[in-house]
Design a protein around this ligand. Structure first.
Ligand code: HEM
Length: 295
């Protein structure tokens, strides 16, 4: 199996031109392995509906609105624009590599610009409206992650309930962010190699060896996204995750799901998905329980 693609230039020198496409099959294999491994572990360890479902107190349920907002309209729009643009980028890039020939480059870079604009919007929205702490991995996440692994291996100690984004979601987000940013930054540089309505191609802005590295990074991010998207789609269609997937369409989850799966302190319900609201509501609920304890 090859890792890289090389070409001989007119002077007979070997130059790096990109990542070997053998690695696409490694990525597909890794995705399939992940899906099968999860399905087996799930069948092996699943012990019926969690104790959390039975423990939901009617009184607590009545204090909450029937629907809890999980994804604002802006977040949902971002998610679907990103999904369509990434799938367009993957199909326009890999179909020609698999022998389906068509003029793919224009559709590819237009989808690339849409993705770039969507990511810029997301960075601003997440930094100034939602709050970056929603995605921060804290020590509590790590402790609960470790307890979750031990639980799968048979331990009776269950991990605590997470906030709005459990550890696995945060890890997935960060890995996808690295792969996507790698393709975006290199893709924007690669625009110098093609004709557009605004400029003519000029491959001489960089040396051959530098282009080689840029194509390898672009290819590596793309191939990683194949495995990541396979895993993402698998979890999205699993029956027990259907309520989370549906929330990406209509925005909300039921109060029963909220109480069953999330810590009220770490993600207080209140119709707002921002970190600042979550933090202040968590403080209030802590102060409330201290007052109740003192009286
Ligand atoms: C999910 C994101 C993306 C994926 C999966 C992807 C995939 C690919 C692949 C596999 C290639 C072929 C590379 C090679 O021959 O070594 C390619 C080329 C290219 N991509 Fe992307 N890409 C993505 C994002 C972007 C973005 C954001 C842009 C620009 C804004 C972009 C612009 C380009 C350009 C200009 C080329 C080179 C075309 C040429 O050499 O003629 N890509 N892409």
């Amino acid at each position: 199996m090859e890792w890289l693609r090389w070409e001989r230039n007119p002077w007979g020198q070997e130059i790096l031109i990109g990542l070997s496409w053998d690695l696409v099959w490694v990525a597909v294999g890794a995705g399939a392995l992940l899906v099968v491994a999860h399905a087996i572990v799930y069948l092996w360890r699943w012990r019926g509906p969690g104790a959390g479902a039975a423990a939901i107190r009617e009184s607590l349920l009545k204090q909450l609105p029937e629907r809890i907002l999980r994804h604002s309209l802006a977040s949902r729009l971002f998610h679907w624009v990103m999904a369509v643009s990434v799938l367009t980028l993957l199909f326009t890039a890999f179909l020609p590599i698999w022998g389906v020939k068509f003029p793919w480059v224009t559709a590819h870079w237009i989808a690339g610009f849409v993705l770039t604009a969507a990511i810029i919007f997301h960075v601003i929205h997440a930094s100034f409206w939602k709050g970056l702490s929603l995605m921060w991995i804290g020590s509590q996440d790590l402790t609960d992650g470790w307890l979750a692994i031990k639980e799968v291996l048979g331990s009776a100690v269950a991990p605590g309930k997470p906030g709005k984004n459990p550890l696995e979601n945060k890890l997935f987000h960060h890995i996808v962010a690295i792969a996507t940013l790698a393709t975006i930054i290199t893709g924007l540089i690669m625009m110098a190699k093609i004709d557009t309505p605004w400029w003519k191609r000029n491959p001489y802005v960089l040396a051959d060896a530098t282009w080689g590295i840029i194509y390898v990074v672009h290819g590596a991010g793309s191939v990683a996204l194949i495995t990541l998207i396979m895993a993402h789609l698998y979890f999205a269609v699993r029956p027990e995750k259907r309520w989370i997937t549906l929330s990406m369409f209509h925005g909300w989850i039921s109060r029963e799901r909220y109480l069953e799966h999330y810590s009220q302190g770490r993600w207080p319900a209140g119709g707002n998905t921002s970190a600042a609201t979550a933090a202040s509501a968590a403080k209030q609920s802590e102060a409330g329980s201290q007052r109740a304890g003192a009286s």
